[in-house]
Design a protein around this ligand. Structure first.
Ligand SMILES: Cc1cc2nc3c(=O)[nH]c(=O)nc-3n(C[C@H](O)[C@H](O)[C@H](O)COP(=O)(O)O)c2cc1C
Length: 504
């Protein structure tokens, strides 16, 4: 009797295990047949048990459960309306809300796009409001790159390659690419680690490369270089990055191609030329206002502007970084965005340069807030990882990602079914942009250009609310060049900024 029972249990386990391995929707079950169900069980016992069993190992700045659930539901197409009312404490300092209108507008039929391309750009690109932020092949698996790029192709948005070069997986489905190069110049690197103009021009000519981007820094680890250990430099990674197989590769902390603001601006102009007139820009996490103003002075003097600047916030994600950097280096996105936006307004160049924003952008309200803080469009990294199945197990740096997203282990990566996940990426992006459009419509806004800082309010104490028009300083067009009075925090930074040095 007991034996029969055991046989029946074993048969049931075998049947569940076989089903788990063969099904395509859950990468976790493909990698962890049978036992993986425990996670789904925990998920259903919300929220305290899940908090204890699933989230106890987290450190750094992980996403909260509600935001992740929103992304999962949108990606799966199961998102509905929420019942009952807000669970947020609307009297808690830090709570933010949009100012809606008594005359909301109808939703525009098409999602707005942002034209990127200032003077010198002959092949402008119309960027979506939400795009895939930079994550390299190497930090992400081939399957994840395939799913992200195919999702971008299906949904008509851009996919930033990250600094690891353009792989075959970035090209297979023809999604629009922003090709990023960092201090390692991967994919266009001379044997001694410098920038190879010819190789850059050759690859930038690729049909799906729509923009080229120079990464100066990243919010999660500004000012840090990187080391890719020789053991990880397999033949494929070596070919994509243009480095010798099996040898340790070092990305220095600073660039060789420029050391002054003027040289930076000239180099961006050169990238645009080499890319045949495609939009060229840079990405950074803001350090100081003075450095941004020094770059702006160089733009004015050289009459060269980047077509876009992506501002990354300290709250942004990373595949791997020391905890001290994740937690304590770099400016948060709100302040960084406001500085870059106002600096460009102040030198009269805002019309020429589009601003992208990244750092914990995951929902429609995140998008609208960032547009109000000074951005023209947004990028998401970890939210896009959630869309391809990331469960935030925070194993990216161990090569043991349980769902095949951030690993180079082919067995684990194979669990990620591109066919299923690309559609989730497309659905997530579309639903999130739709939500942003709904919020703007409720505010009486039909075009993101109509958003103003007073339309976002923040509770600053239990009995006081202030708008972002009051909380941040907003410059008038050309104010920095006019010689007139400047707000105190701008005055000193402007006076001490120099287009020929980053050093104070
Ligand atoms: C796994 C991973 C890899 C990343 N790789 C790059 C990279 O190669 N280049 C880069 O500029 N940023 C990289 N980032 C940073 C993101 O592009 C983005 O700036 C940051 O994560 C903020 O977005 P998030 O909060 O939406 O994750 C990476 C982030 C993650 C999570």
């Amino acid at each position: 009797m007991v034996r029969k029972g055991l046989v029946a249990v074993a048969a049931a386990v075998a049947a569940v295990g076989t089903y788990d391995v063969l099904q395509r929707r859950h990468s976790l079950l493909r990698n962890y047949p049978v036992v993986g169900h425990l996670r789904y069980l925990m998920e259903s016992i919300r929220p305290e048990m899940q908090q204890y069993f699933i989230e106890r190992d987290y450190d750094g700045m992980p996403y909260d459960r509600d935001t992740r659930s929103t992304v999962y539901e949108r990606a799966k197409g199961t998102a509905g309306e929420d019942p009952f009312g807000t669970e947020l404490d609307v009297y808690q300092p830090g709570y933010e809300f949009f100012v809606h209108s008594v005359t909301p507008r109808p939703l525009p039929e098409e999602a707005p796009r942002v034209r990127i391309g200032g003077p010198g750009c002959t092949r402008p690109y119309d960027m979506a409001l939400l795009n895939v932020s930079a994550m390299s092949f190497g930090s992400l698996s081939a399957q994840a790159i395939l799913a992200l790029n195919r999702g971008a192709a299906a949904g008509g948005f851009a996919h930033d390659t990250g600094e690891g070069g353009i792989s075959a997986y970035h090209l297979e489905h023809g999604g629009d690419l922003v090709w990023e190069i960092g201090t390692g110049y991967f994919g266009c690197r001379t044997p001694d680690g410098g920038f190879d103009e010819k190789e850059f021009a050759r690859k930038a000519a690729g049909e799906t490369v729509r923009c080229v981007s120079l990464k100066l820094s990243q919010g999660a680890k500004p000012g840090m270089g990187g080391v890719l250990p020789g053991a990880k430099v397999n033949a494929e990674i070596a070919a994509v990055r243009g480095v010798p197989e099996g040898e340790t590769v070092i990305s220095p902390s600073s660039h060789r191609v420029f050391s002054t603001p003027r040289e930076l601006v000239r180099f961006i102009g050169r990238m645009r030329e080499l890319a045949g007139g495609k939009p060229a820009g840079f990405k950074l996490c803001v350090g100081s206002r003075r450095e941004i103003l020094a770059i702006c002075r160089a733009m004015v003097e050289e009459d060269i502007t980047p077509d876009f600047i992506v501002v990354d916030g300290a709250e942004g994600g990373t595949g791997a970084a020391p905890m001290e950097f994740v937690d304590h280096v770099g400016m948060p996105l709100t302040e960084g965005l406001a500085i870059v936006h106002n600096a460009l307004v102040g030198v009269g160049l805002r019309e020429r340069v589009r601003i992208g924003a990244s750092g914990k952008v995951a929902t429609g309200s995140d998008i609208v807030k960032r547009l109000i803080h000074g951005a023209d469009y947004t990028n998401a990294a970890r939210a896009m990882m959630f869309a391809v199945g990331c469960i935030q197990s925070q194993r990216c740096h161990t090569n043991k990602c349980p769902v095949g997203v951030a690993t180079q282990d082919p067995r684990r990566a194979h669990a990620l079914d591109v066919e299923d996940k690309y559609e989730r990426v497309r659905r997530y992006q579309q639903a999130t942009v739709h939500s942003a459009m709904q919020i703007m419509a409720s505010m009486g806004v039909t075009d993101p250009g109509q958003l103003r800082p007073h339309m976002l309010r923040r509770r600053v104490s239990h009995h006081e609310v202030a708008s972002y028009a009051q909380l941040l300083t907003w410059l008038e067009p050309g104010q920095l060049l006019s010689g007139g009075p400047l707000p105190e925090e701008w005055e000193q930074a402007w006076e001490t900024s120099d287009p020929d040095t980053f050093i104070a």
